[in-house]
Design a protein around this ligand. Structure first.
Ligand SMILES: [Zn+2]
Length: 316
């Protein structure tokens, strides 16, 4: 479903809510979002207020009696935006290869404030986070890029630390013919890289392939070190006569780099992980024929993210 389909099929909140209901309760049995009981009754309200659902449910379990709708307990929960704007936003973000800024979203959708559009975009990104914990395996390519070249301390004398210790680093890891993973690491020190790799790459992967950047030379535990292959980009893009190259991570990475630079003039390091999730997710579902529904399903599966939580400091 692309933006045009979404606009056509979901012109009002009612159609959106019906679709969400089908997704949330595919067997047609509406269940209480608090106690899971299916003994419920439907209530129709005549409210004209935008953020009050006209059709809600009442749980008939005497100890519960919760009133709920299909969006209760999901990331849509406390939003005052009409659902059809959410649907359009989702269709735009899911297909925007280089992503889209909150300002663009605000203008495309006629949303009142930048803050609302920004909050909306971050809630969509939140749904794109990979919490599966599954590790990359097989042939895994690794590459890196530096973020934060324009530090606040610009103008002051640069410290003499090596590049890898001065800037925030994004590691890109890609299983050949498989998933990509973008990870924000605080520096390029040996321990940091080693930790990131062991968190995301299966220790029994067949090969790990990088360029000859110095940060990789000592970054792997011994079991991976034996299977570490390098291509020297000063000399060549592929080791002649082999399939040792990092071309497939670089193609996934180039979209991220172009997107982060092109769509966002500033990305706060605090929120960087969510942008990375977005690019990673979009790449990983690029062959999905209904990316819209796949992403919507995930949005229904995650709890609300209050604004205060979004702007608060990340948990250590
Ligand atoms: Zn209940």
């Amino acid at each position: 479903m692309n933006l045009i389909d979404v606009v056509k099929e979901f012109p009002t909140d009612e159609e959106c809510l019906k679709y969400i209901e089908q997704m949330r309760w595919p067997d047609g049995k509406v269940r209480c979002t608090v106690c899971g009981n299916d003994h419920i009754s439907r209530i129709t309200r005549k409210s004209q207020t935008k953020n009050v659902r006209k059709s809600i449910y009442q749980c008939l379990e005497p100890t519960c009696k919760q009133q709920f709708s299909a969006t209760s307990g999901t990331i849509f929960n406390d939003s005052h935006l009409p659902l059809n704007k959410w649907f359009m936003a989702l269709a735009i973000v899911v297909d925007a290869k280089k992503s889209i800024s909150a300002n663009q979203l605000k203008e495309h959708l006629g949303i009142g404030s930048y803050r609302t559009a920004w909050y909306m975009a971050h809630r969509i990104r939140k749904a794109m986070e990979d919490n599966s914990g599954s590790l990359l395996h097989g042939d895994v390519e690794l590459d890196e890029t530096y973020i934060g070249g324009k530090s606040k301390r610009r103008g002051k004398k640069r410290t003499e630390k090596p590049l890898a210790e001065r800037f925030d680093l994004v590691l890109g890891m890609r299983e050949r013919k498989g998933r990509v993973k973008f990870v924000h690491v605080k520096d390029g020190k040996l321990d940091t890289i080693r930790k990131a790799v062991s968190e995301h790459v299966n220790p029994s992967s067949r090969r790990i392939i990088t360029d000859s950047a110095v940060l990789y030379k000592f970054a792997f535990h011994s079991h991976l070190k034996q299977r570490h292959y390098m291509v020297n980009h000063e000399k060549e893009w592929i080791v002649p006569g082999t399939d040792i190259h990092t071309n497939t991570i670089e193609s996934a990475f180039s979209l991220l780099k172009r997107g982060l630079i092109g769509s966002f003039h500033r990305v706060t390091i605090k929120h960087l992980h969510r942008y990375l999730s977005e690019f990673e997710f979009r790449w990983n579902i690029r062959k999905d024929t209904d990316r819209f529904s796949t992403t919507l399903q995930r949005m229904l599966g995650i709890p609300p993210m209050p604004y205060a939580e979004l702007i608060g400091e990340p948990k250590a």
